[in-house]
Design a binder for this molecule. Structure first.
Ligand SMILES: C[S@@+](CC[C@H](N)C(=O)[O-])C[C@H]1O[C@@H](n2cnc3c(N)ncnc32)[C@H](O)[C@@H]1O
Length: 198
């Protein structure tokens, strides 16, 4: 029942109308479909709270819309580099950014591979298909291991698709500390604000 409800709400939210309403972004030029989930929405709350206009943000796994990258650039003014592993999402994200008159770099990369420079924030909504899918945990682990020194990360995880306790263990077992968590009433996701342990 809950599964059905979450899927139905996600489907409703993943429409051009709600994308515009929630993020102020016209997503109609996406060429790869898209999903705006509870995690996508909660990440916006974390960005609003923590990202400053003079920050530099790396949006890893930006998806078919580059939704967070575009939102940050448009609403906060911070510098953004958005990355994706999927060619078809990159192509789509570039079209969406252009249509919305937002100039951000959108690059192909596997996590930090080939990414140069220092970032104040690295944000990531890791891919989890369901709670039995171990790939998402492996990607989070790789993200933590590969992150440059002194990077602050925001990692958002939906309890419906992943075990948040296991994410918390993965963070701690890789010598990171959870500095803060961001939640919202009725949203099953959690944003973890993490930093390398001193
Ligand atoms: C859950 S979606 C998040 C999309 C968007 N950022 C959002 O929050 O709605 C995860 C994204 O990460 C991308 N991805 C998966 N593995 C990746 C990797 N190793 N490096 C970069 N991006 C990756 C996927 O292609 C997908 O677009």
């Amino acid at each position: 029942m809950l599964k059905f409800f979450i899927k139905a709400v996600t489907r409703i939210l993943s429409t051009d109308f709600f994308a515009k309403l929630l993020f102020g972004i016209d997503c109609s030029k996406s060429t790869a479909g898209y999903q705006i989930g509870f995690s996508t929405i909660l990440m916006k709350k974390a960005l609003k709270k923590l990202v400053k206009s003079n920050d530099k943000v790396l949006d890893i796994g930006t998806g078919a819309l580059a939704i967070h990258g575009i939102w940050i650039r448009k609403n906060i003014g911070a510098d953004v580099v958005a990355t994706e592993i999927s060619d078809k999402y990159i192509e789509s994200a570039k079209k969406v950014a252009k249509y919305n008159n937002i100039n951000i770099k959108i690059l192909k990369s596997d996590l930090f591979k080939g990414i140069k420079g220092r970032f104040d924030w690295v944000i990531f909504n890791p891919p989890f298909r369901n709670r039995k899918d171990s790939n998402g945990y492996r990607i989070v682990e790789r993200l933590l291991k590969d992150a440059p020194e002194n990077t602050r990360l925001m990692i958002v995880v939906n309890a419906f698709y992943a075990n948040q306790k296991r994410i918390e263990e993965t963070i701690k077992n890789n010598d990171y500390a959870i500095k803060d968590t961001i939640t919202k009433f009725l949203n099953p996701s959690k944003v973890y604000i993490v930093e390398k342990q001193a």
